[in-house]
Structures are given as structure tokens and as C-alpha cells.
Design a protein around this ligand. Sequence first.
Ligand code: SF4
Length: 309
Amino acid sequence: MLQQTTTEAVIPYYKRFIEKFPTIQKLANANLEDVYKMWEGLGYYRRAKHIHETAQIIMDKYQGIFPSDYQDILSLKGIGPYTAGAISSIAFHQETPAIDGNVLRIIARQYLIKDNIALSKTQKKVTEIVQDLLIGYDASSFNQGLMDLGATICRPLHPQCEKCPIHESCQAYINHQEQVLPINIKNIKHKELNYITGIITYQDQFLLIKNNQGLLENLYGFIQYELESPYSFIEEFMNEYHHSLSIISYIQDIKHVFTHRTWHMHVYHFTINKPLENMYTLHDIEQLPLSTAHLKVLKAYLKETNLNH
Ligand code: SF4
């Protein structure tokens, strides 16, 4: 849960999750939709799918006991080198590095590494340095110490070098480069997408579809097309579902930012003249995992139409 999400945001989710799935076995046997439901609002839903699959792997392959070996941990779903390193060092006291953004920054500064830390070859170099530093030390304390140093003192901007317990050995500090390093240039193309998002209703029911793939796999949402007019939406809907829609009103523009893309959802309310199979009342929707983006859409609609819920 803590990947890409702050501790503060995670705490209530974590508590609810542990209450609902107190053991690996319960999680493994749960319905995936229930796991998604507990994740609703937290974002990055792939994590929910991964934790569910991982619980099943642990039941099948490790007799329900979380593995302690680094390579075994790394082979689990959704666990990369950083998380595997953190688990094996903190939970199982193995001498494994846990390289996250904080550690990359501290090591780049300590060793005056002028290479781009976004590149995997630089990350490999940093991993090797930490691997050597760990020999003979308690990896759990070492890794947590680096994480804390990065979170509190060796911050990305304005590091507090005077307070830093390792400033005497810091080459960036000695060479007045602490405000320059690390070099961190990510080559990520951020996509901006425009959608017409349709809230399609029949009496008190809403049409929702379950995504079978992509960013929001397994989550429910409203139908949206990458178009620029609600009239084209009606045509597209006719092509796909062979039903006509009537346009009722414009609701609102809603922006939702993902890691590599931004959705601009231009939300309109339509009605359909007979109910389709996948139509749900507000009461039904409460039980379904809805994507965060579309939860915002629903809230905007309810506010706009003054429906109490
Ligand atoms: S001396 Fe400054 S730049 Fe170097 S590790 Fe400490 S806080 Fe970071």
C-alpha cells in the first residue's frame, strides 16, 4: 500500500484491509472484487491484484508462510528489488540493500556520483556500493537509517547538511554540490487524453462497465470515448451497443492525473429508453469497486443533480 502513497493516507486503508483479511489464507481465498473494494480510493489498483495473487502463490508454493529468501520474495507478484530488499533485510535480517529514491540520492551525494540516477546502470552502481557498505552490519538498521536520513535531512531540495550525521564523509557537501546532485532526469512521456464521459441512466439506474484490461483493469466505470463532442458520443454508443441515447445536460469537466497520463473527462448526462444488463442503482454501486476517477464523476453528478446519497 505504501508504494506511491503516503503513510497518512494508507493507515485507514491498512486497518480496514487487515480486519477484512487477517491472514494470508483469507486473502488468498477472497474474491478479487472484494479485494478491489477494500482498495477503492487508494489508486494504483494493480497493487490490489498483485497482493491477492501473491497470497495465492504463498498458499500454493510456500504452505502459507511468507518466504524469507530474497530471490523467493523477488519472485512474488508486485515486489521489485526495493521491496524485496526492504522485506528481506528488515523482516529477515539478511544483508540485502533496499535501494529507493532516498538511497539513490544519499549515495549519489556521498560519492559525488554525477551520472543520471534515473538510469538503471547508475542504480546498479549504487546497489553495488550499498552491498559493500552492508557487509558486517545490521542491514535492517542500515537500510532504515538511510530511508530516514533521506526523508528527514538529506531531502531532495535544501538538504540540512549541518545536521547530517555523515556530512564529514559527504563528497557533495565537501565540494558544494549538495544542491546540484543527484542528477535525476526521467524520460517519461506524459499523455494528455480528452474524453467524453457519459453518465447514462435509466430511472434510478446507472450504466457501468467493468474494465477487462488496461490501467483500471477489474474496476467499474462509466463509459467514455476519446472524442470531443457529446453528439459523437451518442453515435459511438449506438455503434457499440445498438441503443439510442438522449442528451440531458452537461455536468462538469473533471481532471484525473495518473503517473504517466492525465484524463480530462468532459462529463455529460444521457438517458437510455430501456435498461441494459449492466445497470446499477446507487445502492448496488456501493458494493462495486469503482475507479477513483469515476468516483469523482459520480460525486460531481450527484452534487449537480442534488441527489442525496
Ligand atoms: S551532508 Fe548533506 S548532502 Fe551529504 S548526505 Fe548529509 S544531508 Fe545529504
